[in-house]
Design a protein around this ligand. Structure first.
Ligand code: NAD
Length: 360
């Protein structure tokens, strides 16, 4: 039976980078007889323009029916002024994540040796870096109720959000993280703020409890402020890090920059059954949209993660990752990772090179 992949190009550079990833998927689908079939739908700003809402019913229905979803990025300044937060592009993304129960976000930060110079950190600090950040994605302060901006006595306005996790939410992300650590170097660092926030005292307790089921994985704990510092001081001390939604949002972007470019980093968001949405870690980059400048590799590597985690095609994923490494060996670089002595290429030329490497 064929497997359904839903493609959501989104906004900004989304359509350009997804186009290259789709070319790669079409090729490997044919080469490796994967039996994939594809559908496409609107999300984010593109969906607002087409239908008035960031997550049309048809898109959500297609997302639920699909075996896996590949997303470009959403957002852009033209939609940011809408005072109704429900009609913002990001709501489309958050809506898919919460409706599909995509609670487990895997964000690898790998520094390809060919790009050691692209990092702003010294090569000896980052070369060979290979961290996986596991971020809880559907709970915590981004979703907690009540939330809002209200007026208190004296007409003073105050903003408020609620940081809440129940033990089941913590337990299921803990399991994702321990499983991932078990498949890697068996070290898991749980990041919290248990010296200040009760919700993360519970987080730490449940991590310890789940850890008893994984005696082969070494569990440690770190406060988020220290984790931020350690990530830039000595990032190679980490193997897998697990943390809540907001801390994960921030730490994974910091980890991304250790590698030199956010344009290289894929991500997966998984449900309890391993179905997932795959997307680059970066946003829609409105500053370079439509100029054939964006780096499509994070999206191509997201497609590769999709094959590995949701479509049972790990060997094909290996081939795609080897092809990406090969084009870097050839010295081809989009502008974001370009350095003296390498060849600057466009979005589509980078896609051509990966396709050629896969065909060779
Ligand atoms: P961004 O990641 O879009 O861009 C940050 C910088 O990185 C920009 O200079 C951009 O040109 C560059 N960049 C990003 N991706 C690149 C790529 N593939 N190749 C080359 N350079 C790349 O973040 P931002 O500027 O904070 O946000 C822009 C828009 O994206 C906003 O509307 C924001 O809400 C949205 N956003 C969406 C997502 C998502 O869809 N998952 C994530 C983050 C931000």
């Amino acid at each position: 039976m064929s497997k359904q992949v839903l493609i959501l190009p989104g906004d900004g550079i989304g359509p350009e980078i997804v186009r290259e990833a789709k070319r790669v998927l079409d090729l490997v689908n044919q080469q490796d007889d994967l039996g994939l079939s594809f559908a496409e739908a609107h999300v984010g700003g593109a969906a607002i323009d087409a239908t008035g809402v960031p997550l049309p019913d048809a898109t959500l229905t297609a997302a639920k029916a699909a075996d896996a979803i590949l997303l470009g990025a959403v957002g852009g300044p033209q939609w940011d002024t809408n005072p109704d937060f429900q009609i913002r592009p990001e709501k489309g993304l958050l809506g898919i994540r919460s409706n599909l129960g995509l609670f487990g976000n895997l964000r690898p930060a790998i520094l390809y040796p060919q790009l050691a110079d692209a990092s702003t950190l010294k090569p000896e600090i980052v070369s060979g870096l290979d961290i996986l950040i596991v971020r809880e994605l559907t709970g915590g302060i981004y979703f907690g109720q009540p939330r809002g901006i209200r007026e208190k006595e004296g007409g003073i306005r105050e903003g408020f959000n609620t940081y809440v996790y129940d033990e089941n939410e913590i337990r299921r992300i803990a399991k994702v993280a321990f499983e991932a650590a078990r498949a890697r170097n068996k070290r898991l660092c749980s990041v919290d703020k248990a010296n200040v926030l009760e919700v993360t005292i519970l987080w730490r307790e449940i991590m310890e409890e789940v850890g008893k089921e994984y005696p082969d994985v070494e569990l440690s704990h770190m406060y988020v402020d220290n984790a931020a510092m350690q990530l830039v001081r000595a990032p190679k001390q980490f193997d897998v890090m697990v943390t809540g939604n907001m801390f994960g949002d921030i730490l994974s972007d910091a980890a991304a920059m250790l590698t030199g470019s956010i344009g290289m980093l894929p991500s997966a968001s998984l449900d309890v059954n391993g179905k997932g949405m795959y997307e680059p870690c970066h946003g829609s980059a409105p500053d370079i949209a439509g100029q054939n400048l964006a780096n499509p590799l994070a999206t191509i590597l997201s497609a590769s993660m999709m094959l590995r985690y949701s479509l049972d095609a790990g060997d094909t994923a290996d081939r795609i990752e080897a092809a990406v490494s090969k084009v870097l060996d050839q010295g081809l670089r989009t502008a974001d990772i370009w350095s003296e002595g390498t060849e600057k290429v466009s979005t589509s030329q980078m896609g051509d090179a990966v396709v050629a490497a896969l065909s060779a």
